[in-house]
Design a protein around this ligand. Structure first.
Ligand code: BG6
Length: 474
């Protein structure tokens, strides 16, 4: 066992080369490179390891290193890590750069030819999705070192048809065990903790069903707008960007049956099973919104109908969850950044305190705070001290920063390490992604949007969706 700060790993990943497609892009700068730097700093990378950046932008090795140094200095501060020049100097020689076209087998073979042919390559597709097919086909045609693997960023396809085509193309060129479809929400610490919370404790699972739970809310709220991603976002919208992947993954992790063991296939089998029981989102139980000012963002159409907000009422048709409404909501430019899951429980069967006029203001609920302020809170009633029987909801809270000395690692650190180790537990399987597209299929074609003010909680109609309840985040 190796205990290094935020990670305990049995052994270092095997030697490999990482080729990052889209090396001059935003994702590489904001997420991939800072995560690699932190893993290097923690001594968790393979003994023999190098990173080759690949993109169309003309650059030499030293320009690439300069750009990556700036990226890590600007974005590497997550999880308490800060840039250190001496660490960077040790890390920088591992980086090199190849300029090339994504769909040119000749260019791609230059990158494969530039590295040790006996060492497997982990190909990381951090490009816009339109480049994935060219890269996959190109790699298939040039021959890769044995044991090579591929990581595919989201969005995985544009709809069910394109996701199926992408899966077919991947399967023509890679074995499923070598395909890593990334959804970085699965790498978030408190998302992984949902499994431990549910299946390592005896006290929660018995009440985790329709007999005790009256509703579930999943919120992925962001305060920022779309930034410089207008072109991408116009094609995507909130359903493709967040619901089809992040929200459905949260839902599956929260509501699946207990897996028979803690291995990738058992867990993914259960996730697919519950996703199959999720009823496709009904277009009549959806509110689509767009923040005021979105149409003025760069590369956004002046009459765009793309949704930057969506709220929906969903359900699961199985024995555990039949009849329990699941409310989901996500949006850009909302009042604050918060990802939470709230599980609300039925009222007590007989309210002793109602007679004395002591109505309870809200039912018991449990809140899983994915970010920020990671933790779990149970909200229940308590008697307000004093001679009268007055009741008030109080919180019983678990907070990461009070319970643990170490900050939760960045999702990308964990997922990159898992991909290097070949562990697919936190990556999505072909059938899972395809089922997720089926669930959102009927709302993809909706075009009406309601406007909302930046800094609000979205269109007011979304409140009516949960009525007579309220959104827990408000
Ligand atoms: C990405 C989306 O997958 O997740 C972005 O494309 C979104 O639009 C981001 O901002 C949110 O991730 P996080 O980790 O900041 O919650």
């Amino acid at each position: 066992m190796r205990l290094i700060s935020r990670f305990v790993i049995a052994q270092l990943p095997p030697n490999q080369t990482l080729v990052v497609f889209g090396a001059s892009g935003d994702l590489t700068a904001r997420k991939v490179m800072p995560a690699l730097y932190n893993l290097f700093k923690l001594g968790l990378l393979p003994e023999q390891f190098s990173v080759v950046g690949y993109a169309r932008t003309p650059m030499d090795d030293s320009q690439f290193r300069g750009a990556m140094r700036e990226a890590v200095a600007n974005h590497g501060g997550q999880a308490g890590q800060s840039f250190e020049e001496s660490v960077w100097q040790g890390w920088a020689p591992n980086l090199s750069y190849v300029q090339g076209d994504y769909s040119s087998p000749e260019d791609l073979s230059r990158v494969v030819g530039a590295v040790d042919p006996k060492v497997p390559i982990l190909f990381y597709c951090a490009t816009p999705p339109s480049e994935f097919p060219g890269i996959i086909t190109g790699l298939g045609s040039i021959g890769m070192p044995r044991g090579s693997r591929i990581v595919i960023e989201k969005p995985f396809g544009h709809d069910l048809k394109s996701a199926k085509e992408l899966n077919a193309l991947l399967h023509d060129n890679f074995a499923e065990k070598d395909i890593f479809r990334i959804d970085h929400y699965l790498g978030k610490e408190n998302v992984q903790n949902i499994l431990v919370f549910r299946f390592s404790n005896g006290m929660f699972e018995p009440i985790w069903n329709r007999m005790y739970v009256s509703s579930v809310q999943i919120d992925v709220a962001e305060d920022l707008g779309i930034g410089r991603r207008g072109k991408f976002y116009e094609q995507a919208g909130a359903i493709r960007d967040i619901v089809q992947n992040h929200i459905l993954q949260l839902l599956a992790t929260l509501m699946m049956e207990p897996p028979s063991s803690f291995d990738a296939e058992s867990i993914r089998d259960e996730k697919v099973k519950v996703l199959r029981a999720v009823t496709p989102i009904d277009p009549d139980a959806v509110v689509r919104g767009q923040y005021v000012g979105y149409r003025q963002e760069a590369e956004v159409a002046g009459d765009s109908q793309t949704e930057t907000f969506i709220a929906a009422r969903m359900g699961i048709e199985n024995w555990r969850w039949a009849g329990v409404p699941i409310y989901i909501r996500t949006g850009k430019r909302l009042a604050r950044r918060a990802t939470t899951i709230s599980v609300t429980f039925h009222d007590a069967p007989h309210m002793l305190f109602e007679e004395s006029g002591m109505l309870r203001p809200e039912p018991n609920h449990l809140t899983i705070r994915i970010q920020p302020d990671e933790g779990i809170t149970i909200t229940f009633d308590a008697k307000i001290p004093g001679p009268e029987m007055r009741i008030q909801p109080v919180d019983m809270s678990f907070d990461y920063d009070r319970s643990f000395d170490v900050a939760p690692p960045e999702a990308y650190e964990r997922l990159l390490l898992d991909a290097m180790q070949g562990d697919r537990t936190l990556f999505t399987r072909a059938d899972e992604v395809e089922r997720s597209w089926e669930i959102v299929a009927d709302v993809l074609t909706r075009t009406d949007v309601l406007f909302y003010e930046p800094g609000s909680w979205g269109p007011e109609d979304a409140d009516r969706l949960v009525s007579p309840q309220r959104w827990h985040l408000h």
